[in-house]
Design a protein around this ligand. Structure first.
Ligand SMILES: C[S@@+](CC[C@H](N)C(=O)[O-])C[C@H]1O[C@@H](n2cnc3c(N)ncnc32)[C@H](O)[C@@H]1O
Length: 224
């Protein structure tokens, strides 16, 4: 309850001093497949063996995933290794077939996690990123001011869309699931900016399709 009032107070402050753009996107996450279903289907279809999850929390997803080798990294709880993603990537010498990034939901951390993952993803592997599609401005404010927190992970997706050697999409499911293949970018986003952190929620809303390269789950097989 106390948390609820803290968030409300922070939202009032933000309302007075922050960006004022309150249009909402109309996604109905409950009617779409979950991250767990999507990850497991990819593992099964592609015969992936080595799974890495960054940010496990209560293991809601990690405990349900079936793979030959499972590593989960979280500094607080869940998974199999108690450290931050930065510490893990520094020490790690393994490659993985599928990496699910769901740790600290800031642009700065997510783009680092993406770059580190691109260094260790196996040749035919895939990187997934949770919480890429905030429905309203409040979901994406850093630091958190709202119940469901996507953070500004979406800015890391926009940044990754400008890489020549990464092919990035966003699956319309479970708060937005980014998906990155380590290959030539098939739909390069040509943005003349260098500081992606400065992007506004209005930029995201107004350029939604182009920035996020959206894909329906039913069409996923077409991009593999
Ligand atoms: C949204 S929860 C993860 C939920 C989980 N993946 C699931 O699907 O149910 C985010 C987790 O990221 C962890 N986290 C925060 N900062 C992190 C960091 N720097 N590296 C790795 N994990 C981090 C938090 O401790 C928290 O447990």
């Amino acid at each position: 309850m106390k948390q609820k009032y803290k968030f409300l107070f922070k939202r009032v402050l933000y309302y007075l001093h922050g960006e004022k753009f309150f249009k909402r996107l109309n996604y109905d996450w409950k009617s779409l497949p979950s991250r767990t279903e999507i990850i497991q289907n990819i593992i099964n279809k592609k015969n992936y063996e080595k799974y890495l999850e960054i940010g496990c929390d209560k293991d809601d997803n990690f405990s349900k995933i079936q793979a030959k080798i499972k590593i989960g990294v979280d500094p607080q709880r869940g998974g199999t290794i108690r450290m931050t993603s930065d510490e893990f990537f520094k020490k790690n010498k393994e490659n993985f077939d599928i990496i699910f990034l769901d740790g600290l939901h800031t642009y700065e951390q997510t783009i680092k996690d993406i770059q580190n993952s691109l260094n260790i993803i196996s040749e035919k592997g895939v990187i997934l990123i949770h919480d890429c599609l905030p429905k309203k401005i409040w979901n994406q404010i850093v630091p958190r001011v709202y119940g469901h927190w996507n953070g500004d992970v979406w800015k890391a997706i926009v940044h990754s869309r400008t890489f020549d050697q990464a092919d990035t999409y966003t699956i319309i499911a479970d708060h937005g699931l980014g998906i990155i293949f380590k290959r030539q970018n098939r739909n390069l986003l040509n943005l003349k900016i260098t500081n992606f952190k400065k992007l506004k929620y209005a930029d995201y809303y107004n350029n939604h399709m182009k920035f996020m390269n959206l894909i329906n789950y039913d069409n996923l097989e077409k991009i593999f």
